[in-house]
Design a protein around this ligand. Structure first.
Ligand code: PHE
Length: 329
């Protein structure tokens, strides 16, 4: 019997199941009630008493080896099972492509054009005080932009000096004020960022949008510099041959003020829905910094002059990509 057990042991030690079925057959052959190992245990009764200890150990060893084989190989088949179902964890992943948002692309491209002209990028807080958004920019105390209908207030104290109101900035011009407070000319900055206006949301407008503000202050800065800078920007961004025109406008903090239109790049100036059949679309507001604004920010208007401009990033992205609706409502 001893030889028989040893022979079986050497056979099972080399056993490798080719399939789950083969493993199950192996288990049945050795371990099932009518299998080889229970039969050996039954024969154990016939073993001479002096050999029983040794034989008992051998038999138990055989049983454990077979059981371990079965467990180990079953586990192997089960973990491979998923690959049979079509998964191969070692396969390279599907190519998942990310893409930049059109607004990010436009903001980056605009920043780059002005960076090449020597402008540096600055940022300011989205939660601002009335002073930096309105008062320092010469907005009269009863200007409609300060109204609850237009501005999101965070903290509006009744009967207290409005300058302490805390609000979400309605334009990036607040960053102009901070730039003038923090540095002396020459100042050449652009300030991209989110702005907030308490307006009805439509397909063409949202209460949160993006602007890019520009500010240039130095000695002898003229309106011609403003026009040339913006003209250069338009040629770079929309392509050579894009026409510009300046229309007189009004902003409390610039004098002279203008709005700039470009020839509609959707229809090439022939007239379409985007340009309302005029061939022109407005893209920004601009003007020469009002000397009073310079003065109140600590810059000598006798020595320095400057220009500022502010453009809407969504608007420019719509024109660039021919998008007619910002939001599907
Ligand atoms: N802040 C103005 C707006 O939001 C735009 C502007 C910026 C105009 C700078 C003049 C100079 O409409």
């Amino acid at each position: 019997m001893k030889e028989k057990v040893e022979e079986i042991l050497s056979q099972v030690l080399d056993f490798q199941a080719e399939s789950k079925e083969a493993l199950e057959n192996f288990r049945i052959t050795y371990l099932s009630k009518k299998g080889i190992i229970p039969a050996l245990f039954a024969d154990f009764k016939t073993v001479a008493p002096e050999l029983r200890k040794e034989m008992g150990m051998k038999l138990n060893e055989l049983k454990n080896v077979v059981q371990d084989k079965v467990d180990e190989q079953l586990q192997k088949f089960e973990s491979q099972g998923s690959s049979e179902a079509g998964f191969d964890m070692s396969m390279p992943a599907n190519e998942m492509r990310g893409a930049r948002h059109p607004l990010s692309i436009v903001r980056r491209d605009i920043n780059e054009i002005f960076a090449h002209l020597g402008f540096t990028i600055v940022e300011g807080p989205e939660i601002e005080d009335d002073y930096h958004v309105f008062s320092a920019l010469n907005f009269p105390i009863d200007h409609p932009a300060r109204d609850m209908q237009d501005t999101f207030f965070i903290n509006k104290e009744p009967n207290v000096n409005k300058m302490s109101d805390i609000l979400l900035r309605t334009h990036t011009s607040s960053v102009q004020v901070r730039a003038m407070e923090n540095s002396q000319p020459p100042i050449r900055v652009i300030a991209p960022g989110r702005v907030f206006r308490n307006e009805a949301i439509s397909a063409r407008a949202h209460c949160i949008f993006h602007q890019i503000e520009g500010l240039y202050i130095d000695e002898n800065v003229s309106f011609a510099d403003l026009k040339q800078t913006l003209y250069h920007f338009v040629q770079e961004f929309f392509g050579e041959g894009t026409k510009v025109r300046f229309r007189p406008s009004y902003f409390p903090f610039t004098e002279t003020s203008a709005e700039m239109d470009i020839s509609c790049n959707i229809c090439g100036g022939k007239g379409c829905n985007i340009c309302k059949h005029t061939g022109w679309v407005e893209i920004l507001g601009c003007g020469m910094c009002d000397p009073n604004i310079l003065l109140s920010s600590g810059i000598d208007p006798e020595k320095y002059s400057g220009f500022a401009f502010g453009m809407g990033v969504e608007r420019i992205a719509m024109l660039k990509y021919g998008v007619t609706a910002l939001y599907l409502l």
